[in-house]
Design a protein around this ligand. Structure first.
Ligand SMILES: N[C@@H](CCC(=O)N[C@@H](CS)C(=O)NCC(=O)O)C(=O)O
Length: 240
């Protein structure tokens, strides 16, 4: 008999194990929002390739989130997964046609790019198990051309937050466009909200110092806090 559960591949954290990374959070929130039966398979970074390569198109890097649908189809990439799940399970809708979605996608990149001196060291020091630390350090140091400590020193701190501030403020302004929110479209939740909430959860998982800095540089903490509160019914399932 076909397995009716979806499998979600997610990255584990140090105990107590809970989802932490913003990319798999996007998928987890969709699965929770659509109330789909799924189980989580936790995969440490060095094990991703071995598990995925025989099931997905050849790639330089295989990434999480990836899911297996009940019919055995493997789907990778959080944006593609959202489209696939929306097609397979249309209700409740993710409003993938919302004009806010492309804006949020752009803002996520604009926030995260200047913050690598914050998040890369934090992920390594605060979130990862020993099983992933060496892989993460080696791959990120190769990509940055500097050690994690150098990146933290040269591209972390207040300057990084100042560089991320314009995008954080733009997200604040977007969240205020439709009355009291709490969502980008006002009372209507869509994938844009789940994607932005994923970033906020990622900040929280790195530590309250990181989350508070993000809120401070957003210009108005309350709209982000309200969004997180509104998605709480779907962010509570984080460890299985
Ligand atoms: N475009 C992808 C990016 C996913 C991504 O970069 N995932 C990271 C974890 S957050 C990963 O699995 N990296 C694997 C690696 O570095 O080897 C998506 O949105 O799903």
């Amino acid at each position: 008999m076909a397995n009716q559960e979806i499998v979600l591949f997610d990255l584990p954290s140090r105990p107590p194990n809970k989802s932490w990374s913003y990319n798999p959070w996007k998928t987890r929130l969709v699965l929770n929002y659509k109330n789909l039966p799924y189980k989580t398979e936790w995969v440490e970074y060095p094990d991703i390739k071995g598990k995925f390569q025989d099931h997905l198109p050849k790639a330089d890097v295989y990434t999480i989130p990836t899911i297996i649908l009940p019919d055995g189809t493997w789907v990778t990439d959080s944006w593609t997964i959202a489209e696939t799940l929306e097609k397979e399970y249309p209700e409740p809708t993710l409003h993938l046609d919302s004009p806010y979605l492309s804006q949020v996608k752009q803002l996520l990149a604009e926030v995260l790019t200047p913050l690598k001196g914050i998040y890369a060291p934090k992920v390594h020091d605060v979130l990862l198990n020993d099983a992933s630390k060496e892989y993460f350090r080696t791959t990120r140091e190769k990509a940055f051309g500097a050690t994690l400590e150098e990146v933290a020193e040269k591209e972390g701190g207040e300057e990084a937050w100042k560089a991320a501030q314009p995008a954080l403020e733009k997200a604040t302004a977007l969240l205020k466009e439709n009355g009291d929110g709490p969502f980008f479209e006002g009372k209507t939740l869509g994938f844009a909200d789940l994607a932005w909430a994923s970033l906020l959860i990622f900040f929280q998982r790195m530590g309250d110092d990181v989350y508070q800095a993000a809120l401070k540089h957003s210009g108005d903490a309350s709209v982000h806090e309200k969004l997180l509160e509104a998605v709480k019914p779907w962010s509570e399932r984080s460890d299985h």
